[in-house]
Design a protein. Sequence first.
Lengths: 91, 183
Amino acid sequence: MHAQYDLALAYADSLGVEQSDAQAALWYERAAKNGHIDAQFNLATLYRTGGNGVPQDWGKAIQWFQAAAEQGDAGAQYSLGLTYERQGYTA
Amino acid sequence: MLARNIVLALPTRGKGIPPDYDKALIWHQKAAEQGYAESENEIGLMFEKGRGVAQDDIAAFAWFEKAAEQGYPAAQYRLGAMYQMGEGTDQDYDKALTWQHAAAERGFMNAQYSLGVLYLHGDLIEPDYPQVAYWFEAAAQQGDGEAQRYLGYMYEHGYGVDQDSDLARFWYEKAAEQGFPQE
């Protein structure tokens, strides 16, 4: 799952590949489903703001922040709280 | 390992899903239990504004204090403001100054502006124009329109700085661009 996460980061930050939010989302999701906390967090962040080819989706943002939050990640707990406060707003 | 892509931009009005403050509070409390200052500050804001909880300045003060003591500038600024106003605590200008300094020195713009105002007419504090100019300039450099206008005034009249018509005009123009015209 670390390789999946690293590949997602490469697409997100155009490291050696052409930048693609959609490809980043795909690989974040594979790592996230394997329980990778940072992948869950970054995928949630991507859904909260929306990206190129990734429509904003508050439901999915909450789903993945919650996955990381339930693993005890304080930053994800904060972001989940903030998302519940601000859902319906676009960043 | 690469850093997370943390994006917490300020929101603008969008689609109509209402906030869920009950759930927000639950998760901020979990983060706060781990000492996460941002969530402590957020709970303070919820109590200050009465969002999802009954408005309670004393509770807001306590949460801002937790976050402020961990060095979180936004909370230091709010704690300073509460000491200044006597909200949720006894009014205490020394503590207001201490906390606004803490936040201002970390570059928190609103605290820099507030510090300028405190030194300008803090009631119990003697006006200190060099300090006023110093902190208004710090806030002005970061784009605070009101600080830019006051700084223009200080340069125009030579309060706390050497009189300088060019700098006065410069800051007045900056302020006007942001909707703070010269009075």
